[in-house]
Design a protein around this ligand. Structure first.
Ligand code: GLN
Length: 282
């Protein structure tokens, strides 16, 4: 049948590249919004930087713009940290520390679910700090290194922390500190509050470029294996939980609008990055 023939026809890569180029041209001069300045170091970003990268599960990469320009991953680290916590501790234990309900509020809101006293979900700061507390190690630096190593495997190259951004957020992150102490009060995180915050701030300060983020997303889409290196990075069994929470909570107080308009699990970050996952595809 004609429809079957159409669906099994080989994908023409040049057509996809044309679409990426078209979208890049269409949006490259948009100058809405502003760079984040509440972490002073992020205020140095050039708002003109712009790149798009699309990576498929069979290892094709389509790109346009400042593809190698590095920036910090910020909140795009949250789904990956959630994945690591689920792998290490299992669903039941992780759910004791963080819920899976959309909060409908901003990323940095100082609130916990009034019924359970847990953070609403792992995509808002409160939930991400609770997750950082679960994946940190006795040696703080070892916990950060384990995260950097895993992200490097997902990106397919060695990544590193931006120490200036880390210092900047450590100096100014009092709102996150307030959230962490609130959670400590309710027994959601352990007594090593500063260590949990340090793990979280370091995760957010990971330097990535647009190609890295696309490869990380494609690793989720590809059942946990990096499509280019072939390395198995994430446990397939828990990716579905991460994608679900990205879909319902990844865009915070715009999560419903995003799901309605775009319809993909996605995660944004104040470093200016955003990624989405088409499961099993790209
Ligand atoms: N490090 C940032 C913070 O905690 C991350 C926030 C974000 O990207 N939305 O404020």
């Amino acid at each position: 049948m004609a429809t079957e023939a159409a669906s099994t026809a080989p994908v023409d890569g040049s057509q996809i590249q044309d679409i990426v180029d078209e979208i890049y041209e269409k949006y490259r001069n948009v100058d809405d919004g502003a760079v984040a300045t509440y972490i002073p170091e992020l205020g140095k970003a050039d708002p003109k930087d712009f790149a798009i990268c699309l990576a498929t599960v069979d290892g094709h990469v389509f790109k346009a713009g400042d593809i190698d320009k590095e920036f910090t991953i910020q909140s795009m680290c949250k789904p990956f940290a959630f994945q690591m916590a689920l792998e290490q501790w299992g669903r039941e234990k992780v759910l004791k520390h963080v819920g899976v309900e959309p909060s409908g509020d901003a990323f940095n809101s100082i609130e916990l679910d009034p019924k359970s006293t847990r953070p609403f979900n792992p995509m808002i700061n409160a939930g991400a700090i609770a997750i950082a507390s679960l994946i940190k190690k006795d040696s703080v630096e070892a916990g950060i290194q384990a995260f950097v190593d895993r992200m490097s495997d997902a990106a397919g190259r060695q990544l590193r922390i931006d120490q200036d951004v880390l210092n900047s957020e450590t100096l100014t992150g009092n709102r996150n500190r307030a959230i962490a102490y609130l959670m400590r009060n309710f027994g959601i995180i352990d007594e090593h509050v500063n260590e949990s915050l340090h793990q979280y701030f370091a995760q957010c300060s990971l330097l990535v470029n647009t190609h890295d983020v696309a490869m990380m997303a494609a690793t989720f889409a590809n059942m946990g294996a990096n499509p280019i290196t072939g390395k198995r990075v994430f446990d397939f069994q828990v990716i579905k939980y991460v994608l679900t929470v990205m879909f319902t909570c990844g865009l915070y107080d715009y999560a419903g609008g995003w799901a309605y308009e775009v319809g993909l699990p996605a995660k944004s970050g104040v470093g200016g990055g955003i990624f989405g996952v088409v499961n099993r595809q790209l």
